[in-house]
Design a protein around this ligand. Structure first.
Ligand code: ATP
Length: 238
């Protein structure tokens, strides 16, 4: 295992009651790295993100910079630097854009929230124009940006994104991925994103993994890696 890994997942198992979904997931992610998880419906991609952020109970080991996350409450995991943009975004539609962003900041030191807000609005200038509008009145693309912006308000080291392109027009999707890539490289935020659109995932991420029946493997369709990209190899845990 390389010393540079921010996230080290080893033998992660999780499920719902008696239904076992994850059967031993191994994964390493470096700071600033953007990795896609592809795979068929029901394979366990969402469950993996939920286990990493404490929303479902996991067994095995999930180390963030050496700190074990399993067994901790979701709020504590956010505090340690993991933010989750769930499927369906999880916005509060009747609340304004600004209120939604402030909710993302409630765990941050009060003295730093104004700066957090400034940074997020710099990444997503379109949100500034809509600060006092209800989140539910935004377009799909803007709502997705708001969901990512709210997650970034927590100043994460690791951002988990569940199908960020879902329901978005191609132009909005590309804009979103451009920003994600910029945030990742500028702020060294690692990103693990579930994505149905394999072409998009492979274009924007440094490597892609495939989840099948609760296990992760190296992957990508034929032709990948693209010219000019040198994906790092997936290193299974020991
Ligand atoms: P999708 O792209 O369809 O969301 P996925 O790879 O994200 O697929 P999961 O959502 O993690 O898959 O689901 C994995 C399995 O767990 C599926 O068989 C699903 O039916 C089951 N499952 C998901 N959520 C629950 C739940 N709350 N209770 C019970 N079973 C669940």
């Amino acid at each position: 295992n390389g010393p540079a890994a921010l996230l080290r997942v080893h033998g992660l198992r999780a499920g719902y009651g008696p239904a076992r979904v994850l059967h031993g997931v191994d994964l390493e992610l470096a700071a600033g790295e953007m990795v896609a998880v592809l795979g068929p419906n029901g394979a366990g991609k969402t469950t993996m993100l939920r286990a990493l952020s404490g929303l479902v109970r996991g067994r095995g080991s999930v180390l963030l910079d050496g700190t074990e996350l399993l067994g901790r409450a979701p709020e504590e995991i956010v505090r340690l630097g993991v933010a989750h943009v769930p499927e369906g975004r999880g916005l509060f539609a009747p609340l304004t854009v600004e209120e939604n962003l402030r909710i993302g900041a409630h765990l941050r030191p009060a003295a730093e929230r104004a700066e957090d807000m400034r940074r997020v609005l710099a990444w997503f200038p379109v949100l500034r124009a809509h600060l006092s509008q209800p989140a539910g009145s935004l377009s799909g693309g803007e709502q997705q940006m708001l969901a990512v912006g709210r997650a970034l308000m927590t100043r994460p080291r690791l951002l988990l994104l569940d199908e960020p392109s879902r329901g978005l027009a191609p132009v909005a999707t590309r804009r979103m991925f451009d920003v994600l890539r910029a945030v990742g490289s500028h702020d060294r935020v690692a990103m693990l994103l579930v994505e149905q659109d394999a072409r998009l995932a492979l274009e924007f991420t440094s490597r892609a993994l495939v989840m099948e029946s609760g296990r992760l493997t190296v992957g990508g369709p034929a032709g990948w890696p693209q010219a000019g990209r040198r994906p790092s190899l997936f290193r299974p845990g020991r």
